[in-house]
Design a protein around this ligand. Structure first.
Ligand code: PHE
Length: 449
């Protein structure tokens, strides 16, 4: 087998990757927990149930699971394999294929940076609600966001994220994900067991699993499901490319991807099994959209025995999930700037955290008394509709096409085990880019119309 960090680019011969002085995950499980920490986030616990609610319940699961298993997993395998092979930050990884492609790397960094800046605002809300539930303060979402408290919680979350990343892969990311991820899983399982005793559990199950085929003809539903699948698995954004850099050769990439995906999908479904029984037990509205977690659920928590403990557990779970995802977003940019400028990790983390605070204050203030707006909408919503909904399919198309077409086939085959290889190559060369172009077009049309 060829020396690590050497990559053959079609028509351009061998290119050197970066192999020296790299940190490594201390074990396969440390890596899987970190990747699950990135994947499981606000997307699973907050966005997934509310998207299911808006898109006809169980029918949504069909396109979602198809997107996850047939499209997102092959791309995750490609991203991790290339990361492990090439051992370079996102910008240099693209640059090693063709100098001009470095711009793609920077584009991905920019999208992730903007995503992080408003993701941390929502992370702040989750921390605030965990805190209010803990001290038993009566706080509604509207009174919270009309004050300036979201700014305080946003700053706290940005500082925690920056501090963890500045500690590095082993001492920072690995340490925090190996505690928070298993702990969050336990909280979630306990909550599902509790919610199974509620009178609305059967209705919740029905809602989540009974498909209503009539909505399947709606292209918007397919586009939402594909967008959600890639977002939820943190695929197509350079996170897996970066986490792959620290991955040892002994780890099987396809098997790890399956484990990460199963954990991610189970968390999304379990979150549904917590939220919908609560909603139906108290006759609330499932299709409430994004405010489901912050407005509908607190009403339910107020009405049930052990409601306060449940509220603390739920918002802590949401906070831990969001934090470990935010950490992965920052890590991509820190690795890149560190390598591109030769600054230390500490300095880079400080510099980028400061940048996140400066940019994130705008979406943060758009949900406070200041009500900052742009083009007639709140900045946070505008960023989510552009960066969150449109940015990700576009970066995923770039990653999928560039790495599947430009790296020599035999090179990729050396990383991806034989029976997976044809499927991964075919999907990432043709199917995933094709479907993602459709997702992007539909999202643009929905945004404009
Ligand atoms: N997967 C995360 C979630 O579900 C979000 C995320 C997207 C994280 C892209 C990193 C990169 O919330």
């Amino acid at each position: 087998m060829k020396e690590e960090g050497l990559i053959t680019v079609k028509g351009r011969g061998n290119r050197r990757g970066g192999v020296t002085g790299l940190e490594k995950w201390s074990s396969k499980w440390a890596f899987i927990l970190a990747a699950v920490g990135s994947a499981v986030g606000i997307g699973n616990i907050w966005r997934f149930p509310s998207v299911v609610g808006q898109n006809g319940g169980g029918a949504y699961l069909l396109p979602f699971l198809l997107a996850v298993f047939a499209f997102a997993i092959p791309l995750m395998i490609l991203e991790l394999s290339v990361g492990r092979r090439i051992k370079l930050d996102v910008v240099s990884a693209f640059g090693s294929i063709k100098c001009k492609f470095r711009a793609f790397g920077w584009l991905i960094c920019l999208v992730l940076f903007l995503l992080l800046s408003y993701y941390l605002v929502i992370t702040g809300w989750t921390l605030a609600f965990a805190f209010f539930s803990l001290i038993g303060a009566e706080m509604t979402f509207s009174s919270f966001v009309s004050s300036y408290q979201p700014v305080v919680f946003f700053v706290i979350c940005a500082l925690i994220t920056g501090s963890v990343v500045s500690l590095g892969v082993k001492k920072g990311i690995e340490r925090i994900t190996s505690i928070l991820v298993p702990f969050s899983m336990i909280i979630l399982v306990v909550m599902v067991v509790y919610c199974a005793t509620l009178s609305g559990f059967a209705d919740g199950l029905d809602y989540l699993f009974t498909p209503d085929p009539s909505v399947l003809g709606d292209p918007g539903l397919w586009s939402a499901a594909f967008g959600q699948a890639f977002f939820s698995l943190s695929v197509g954004m350079g996170v897996m490319l970066t986490y792959g850099m620290y991955l040892g050769r002994e780890v099987s990439v396809p098997r790890s991807c399956l484990a990460i995906t199963l954990a991610d999908v189970s968390v999304a479904l379990m979150a549904g099994l917590v939220i919908f029984p609560l909603v139906f037990t108290f006759g609330l509205q499932p299709a409430m959209g994004a405010e489901l977690a912050f407005t509908v659920l607190p009403q339910a928590f107020d009405l049930i025995p052990l409601g306060q403990a449940l509220a603390v557990a739920f918002f802590l779970l949401l906070f831990f999930a969001a934090l470990t995802s935010a950490i992965s977003m920052l890590e991509v940019n820190v690795t890149t700037i560190m390598k591109e400028t030769s600054m230390t990790r500490e300095r880079t983390s400080l510099f980028l955290t400061a940048g996140t605070l400066v940019v994130g204050i705008f979406p943060c203030l758009s949900y406070t008394g200041a009500g900052l707006q742009l083009f007639g909408g709140r900045i946070l919503d505008l960023m989510d509709n552009t960066v969150g909904t449109l940015g990700l399919p576009i970066t995923a198309i770039i990653i999928s096409l560039v790495f599947s077409w430009c790296i020599e086939k035999r090179e990729l085959a050396a990383e991806i085990p034989g029976r997976w290889f044809p499927v991964v190559l075919f999907t990432t060369r043709y199917l995933a880019p094709g479907i993602l172009v459709m997702v992007t077009v539909i999202s643009i049309l929905q945004f404009l119309l």
